[in-house]
Design a protein around this ligand. Structure first.
Ligand code: BG6
Length: 489
């Protein structure tokens, strides 16, 4: 039976028939119900403006639940209970009269959570209408990314929302912050003195962050082409990971203490000069190639594509952080679509020992690496140097892992999807895993200068074959500094 440890709420999901809601949000809410983390009185209002009857829309939601929740986790009794919480309400987001109807269905004491899974362009109108019908005063509002496409437009969206919702009731989603291993980064760094004492330029030589996706554009060409990989992935997910790796220890775990530290990192990111754009940054666009052994089209040949587009589907870059902790320690970021596999990982490369006593030919391998894998096979592994076993091996060194694989270690536990955690946190009123307005703005500021530089140079993105690790120049980017991408995987 559902527990009561979480307060009841009315979860109003705007854009309830969209891809995100059907693929991610309803399955996440179902999983919370299954884990008895929804209060008995919590209900879900599915809001959309599509034609059709409520019964048809609810059947559609159920169908998608059965598709996107693993079969073994569909429990018919829980599913019935969950679906009984959901009502469909037709709302044209721009029409005030529809909000009056909505307001009539929400009691004065209900804790309203308004989740916007809609384009950011309508956030302001939804907030204004919620305000007009008296629903904004107590509600928490959840904003999906992307918030704007540059600093100016993100400010417009944030300002429009802020007219009716103060920061302490505004939850900006970056779903990477809800991933189990990302959460673990905080534990790893601040609960283990072993690492924190070494976490600086004295001991770390460089850091790699790779977020590779095997998929291509998957029917989202129109949206993606307006954004590109820098706006879609670096401005948010990769910079958030960089912040969590690079930030100073916060005074406590409160949302503002953590966000203050992240903002300091974003402010310290060195701008990339015009010259740096050619040596420090690589933009790529995939051409036809192979994925899982099958031929796949190039970006410009995808469905609904504009064959002239110069939008990037890959970015690799070297970021530098101007502060005492990280001076001289490059952060290499790499992300792309149509890579050989889905892989998100952070590799911290430690420096060589100060004084070297082993055979000279082994020198290159000598460095510890901490590998934090976000997906797949979530886990943490520390590569340490040991001696090869055997009488004939002398002092021959080998690098081996000290490994913590979460799915082996916690075998019985399912790793929750990022959205499950984030939705639960909103229901509990915790803002730690959400992005504050100034974080978004500093991240845009840094990305805007790159976008402006690209525009000015007019250089086309470099082609790379689908199924490869990106353009050759992304390898040159790191080898120029005498390093290579970890494993080159
Ligand atoms: C989204 C991007 O934010 O993250 C998508 O808009 C991308 O383009 C997705 O595919 C990747 O998320 P995950 O959790 O699958 O790594």
């Amino acid at each position: 039976m559902p527990s009561t440890s979480v307060e009841p709420c009315t979860f109003a999901l705007f854009g309830a028939l969209g891809d995100l809601a059907l693929r991610k949000l309803f399955p996440a809410l179902y999983q919370l119900d299954r884990a008895t983390l929804l209060h008995d009185d919590t209900r879900i209002m599915a809001l959309a403006r599509e034609a059709g009857t409520p019964q048809q829309h609810l059947a559609n939601i159920e169908e998608h639940l059965r598709l996107f929740v693993a079969k073994a986790q569909i429990d018919e009794e829980t599913l019935r209970r969950f679906l009984a919480r959901v009502t469909y309400v037709h709302v044209d987001f721009m029409n005030e009269a529809d909000y009056l109807n909505l307001a009539e269905q929400i009691g004065p004491n209900e804790q309203l959570i308004a989740y916007f899974a809609t384009p950011a362009a309508v956030y302001g109108a939804i907030c204004e209408n919620l305000h007009k019908v008296g629903l904004a005063d107590r509600a928490r509002v959840v904003l999906e990314k992307p918030i704007g496409h540059d600093l100016a437009s993100s400010r417009r969206v944030n300002d429009a929302v802020a007219q009716y919702f103060p920061e302490n009731r505004t939850y900006r989603i970056d779903h990477y912050l809800g991933k189990e291993t990302v959460q673990n980064l905080i534990a790893l760094r601040f609960a283990n003195s072993l690492f924190e004492t070494q976490w600086n330029q004295n001991y770390i030589s460089h850091v790699e962050i790779t977020v590779a996706e095997e998929v291509g554009i998957e029917g989202r060409w129109g949206y993606f082409d307006q954004a590109g990989q820098l706006r879609d992935m670096i401005q948010n997910h990769l910079l958030q990971l960089l912040c969590l790796i690079a930030m100073d220890p916060p005074a406590d775990l409160s949302a503002d203490s953590i966000r203050d530290e992240k903002v300091k990192v974003l402010k310290a990111l060195a701008p990339i000069s015009a010259e740096g754009l050619t040596t420090q940054v690589v933009r790529g666009q995939y051409i036809a190639g192979y994925s899982q052994g099958k031929p796949v089209p190039g970006y410009l040949e995808e469905e609904n594509s504009n064959t002239q587009s110069d939008t990037e589907t890959f970015v690799a870059l070297r970021a530098d952080i101007r502060n005492w902790r990280w001076a001289g320690v490059p952060f290499y970021l790499r992300t792309g679509k149509r890579m050989p596999q889905k892989l998100s990982q952070i590799v911290i490369h430690f420096k060589e020992p100060q004084h070297y006593i082993f055979a000279p030919e082994q020198r290159l391998q000598i460095s510890n690496k901490l590998i934090i894998r976000l997906q797949p096979d979530e886990g943490i592994s520390l590569r340490v140097m040991t001696k090869e076993q055997g009488l004939d091996k002398g002092m021959q060194l080998r690098s081996g892992p000290l490994q913590l694989n979460f799915s082996d270690t916690y075998r019985s536990a399912r790793i929750p999807d990022a959205y499950e955690r984030l939705l639960l946190e909103v229901m509990q009123g915790n803002q730690n895993l959400f992005v504050r307005e100034d974080e978004i703005e500093y991240a845009w500021k840094w990305c805007d200068q790159l976008i402006a530089g690209w525009k000015k140079s007019g250089d086309a993105p470099k082609p790379y074959a689908a199924g490869s690790w990106g353009p050759m120049s992304s390898i040159a980017l790191i080898t120029r500094d005498g390093r290579s991408w970890y494993g080159d995987i």
